[in-house]
Ligand binder design. Structure first.
Ligand SMILES: *Cc1c(COP(=O)(O)O)cnc(C)c1O
Length: 293
């Protein structure tokens, strides 16, 4: 269906890591596909299979103007020969940003809706209206999170535990779908830590719990840096130094915040000495609108 490139596992070494007495491994899942990358590949996998099984001709989904999910969905639809529609929150701003211009170049039809209308996007009335406008389609919710996305991420989690020896696994959190799926795939084993990229992310605890009964996870909310897509000088400085030291690119919305959190927790002696901390690079580099350099 959609190609999957095997991804490297790298070990990070520096003084902070050495002093904290742990090993840090980074799974470069961002390299699994050039366009449908990172966690979005796994979230889309079974949704795309289902869309094809149902012989849908169109994929319809939702997102903000910088959504990695919109980007990945547009690329996936094009690769599979499906039409695609993106319902975008807010007003159109021209020229289109790189995410939306890419989506459009993939053939995605973009419909802008007001923030008020966008909030009603899961209501039947709104979806019926969309069917009147676009005909039949396969609907993927905002951020791509649904049961089939959880199934894909669970498969990723299962693969991690089969291939890698680790004690903790860390990842960024947006809607909570990825972490919930990975927790499922790990079947209660290991300690799972999600780093919220949103301010006021408390509700995410409930979102994650909708998809998994396991309790070996926690949501860290200390590293959102002001909220979704917000940055601070400290974050940008950290990301620039990290990229320089380890030659691993980070994105400003998700992976840089998580990585900052992981290093900060290491400094605080949070991780048990002698343990292995697995960090998932979930991708997002196409949305990289600021250069840290
Ligand atoms: C979308 C995204 C996330 C968030 O995934 P959720 O399943 O919504 O929690 C994390 N990292 C990157 C790079 C993403 O693009």
């Amino acid at each position: 269906m959609i190609i999957y490139n095997k991804t490297p596992l790298l070990e990070l070494k520096n003084q902070i890591i050495e002093q904290s007495g742990v090993r840090v491994l980074v799974k470069r899942e961002d390299l699994n596909h050039p366009l449908i990358s990172g966690n979005k590949w796994w979230k889309l996998k079974y949704n795309l299979e289902e869309a094809l099984r149902l012989q849908k001709k169109t994929l319809l989904t939702f997102g903000g103007a910088y959504s990695n999910h919109i980007y990945a969905s547009a690329a996936a639809a094009e690769e599979l020969g499906l039409k695609s529609v993106g319902i975008i929150r807010g007003e159109e701003t021209l020229p289109l940003n790189p995410t939306l211009s890419f989506a459009k170049a993939c053939g995605m039809e973009l419909l802008y809706v007001s923030r008020e209308a966008y909030r009603r996007k899961s209501e039947t009335e709104f979806v019926t209206q969309l069917h009147h406008q676009f005909g039949d389609f396969y609907l993927i919710p905002e951020g791509g999170t649904n049961h089939l996305a959880i199934k894909g991420c669970a498969e990723f989690g299962k693969r991690l535990i089969e291939e890698i020896d680790f004690d903790y696994v860390c990842m960024p959190v947006g809607t909570g779908g990825t972490i919930a799926g990975i927790v499922e795939g790990l079947s209660g084993q290991k300690q799972v830590i999600g780093f919220s990229s949103l301010k006021d992310g408390e509700f995410l605890n409930g979102e994650i719990s909708k998809y998994t009964q396991f309790r070996n996870w926690q949501l860290n909310q200390d590293y959102h840096f002001g909220g979704y897509a917000k940055t601070t000088k400290a974050l940008l400085d950290f990301a620039r130094d990290f990229e320089h030291d380890f030659e691993i690119p980070l994105d400003p919305v998700y992976t840089s915040k998580m990585m900052f959190g992981v290093f900060d927790l290491m400094r605080q002696g949070y991780f048990k000495k002698g343990s292995v901390v697995l960090v998932l690079h979930t991708g997002g580099l196409q949305g990289k609108i600021v250069s840290f350099g």
